[in-house]
Write a protein that binds this ligand. Sequence first.
Ligand SMILES: [Zn+2]
Length: 229
Amino acid sequence: MKQLIISNIPIELEKKRIKNMYLRILPPDGRVHISAPVKMSEEEIKRFVTSKLDWIELQQRKIGERHTHQKLEFVSGDEIYVWGIKFNLIITETNTRQTIGFEGENLILYVKKGSTTEQKSRFMEGWYKKALQQEIPTLISKWESIIGVMSNSWNIRDMKTRWGVCNIRSKNICLNLQLAKKPPKCLEYVVVHELVHLLERSHNSVFKGYMDQFLPQWRTIKKELNGME
Ligand SMILES: [Zn+2]
């Protein structure tokens, strides 16, 4: 197996006695695997991969999110993430109000007796949302003044395919609820990314130039966010 690097993406290349080229994105880390006909030149393969870069990035993001959106049973022993830290979930029944406590490696979810998985999940989502709400305003105003733009509003949604959305016309920034499970720098990266869209609409070289200027380590964080090293 050969390794190629195309546009910063490592690619495993396997030559086989086949007629067509196959491109696959493999879980759990979103690595790129290509099976190509023996006779095909590296130039041709590079051209093909380059034409598929958007698709590759989308698939890698989906794989990363499948991991994030992992359905929990909400039983003691589940692994649960808060700001990139893995906790061991402990379910404790309570007669008073539902709440969350942290003890070392444990996240203790105090729930009413007989709570369903759905109820526990909804409570946890509400908690994630509050955690994000506490961080977002500071991050937005910090980066608005660094980047020199102004947004109008922001909101949080549980999105399946995107970490953030910037509506350029309304200047609203939408952030993914799942970011509360990722390290804080990931939320910061998405905030910077969406604010930079107020300077440049598309993900072109101008956009990337701004990202390099404002957050030089953005590529590393982006990869981490997409479930890769
Ligand atoms: Zn974008």
